[in-house]
Design a protein around this ligand. Structure first.
Ligand code: HEM
Length: 105
């Protein structure tokens, strides 16, 4: 639900902190690879979302195991107990994934 980061006018909410302000360090020794890292992450995530559905894992009765919404608050916080399965979106997406894999070998 990416729209949760937007306010009523469709602008980025001012109370949302930008993770980039911290994760790449700051000052004179901040990460010089941040732009490459951001672009790589963007293209990787876009490719995943374009070609695959990320769905909740199913239990033994075929019911989805939904996350409880608990967060692990460590150096980087992340959702806990997030069990998922991945489903290729289409035959065309499958061909795209295979050609991408073949190119990277
Ligand atoms: C998600 C990916 C990455 C993260 C989270 C990350 C994070 C960091 C952090 C926290 C630092 C230390 C900054 C400081 O001391 O204040 C750093 C330094 C550095 N990073 Fe990255 N980095 C990433 C990717 C990359 C990439 C792709 C490259 C190169 C292509 C790179 C090259 C460097 C170099 C050379 C330094 C040392 C800078 C210095 O000491 O002057 N990093 N990075």
């Amino acid at each position: 639900m990416p729209e949760r980061f937007l306010d009523q006018e469709g602008q980025l909410r001012s109370d949302i902190l930008d993770p980039q302000l911290l994760v790449y360090g700051y000052g004179r020794r901040s990460c010089p690879g941040r732009h490459l890292a951001q672009s790589s992450l963007f293209i990787t995530i876009a490719f995943l979302l374009h070609t695959q559905d990320i769905l909740p894992r199913l239990d033994q009765f075929g019911a989805p195991i939904l996350p409880k919404g608990n967060m692990a608050h460590r150096i980087v916080s992340h959702p806990e107990g997030l069990e998922f399965r991945v489903r290729v979106r289409s035959r065309q997406a499958e061909t795209l994934i295979q050609s991408d894999c073949a190119e990277s070998v």
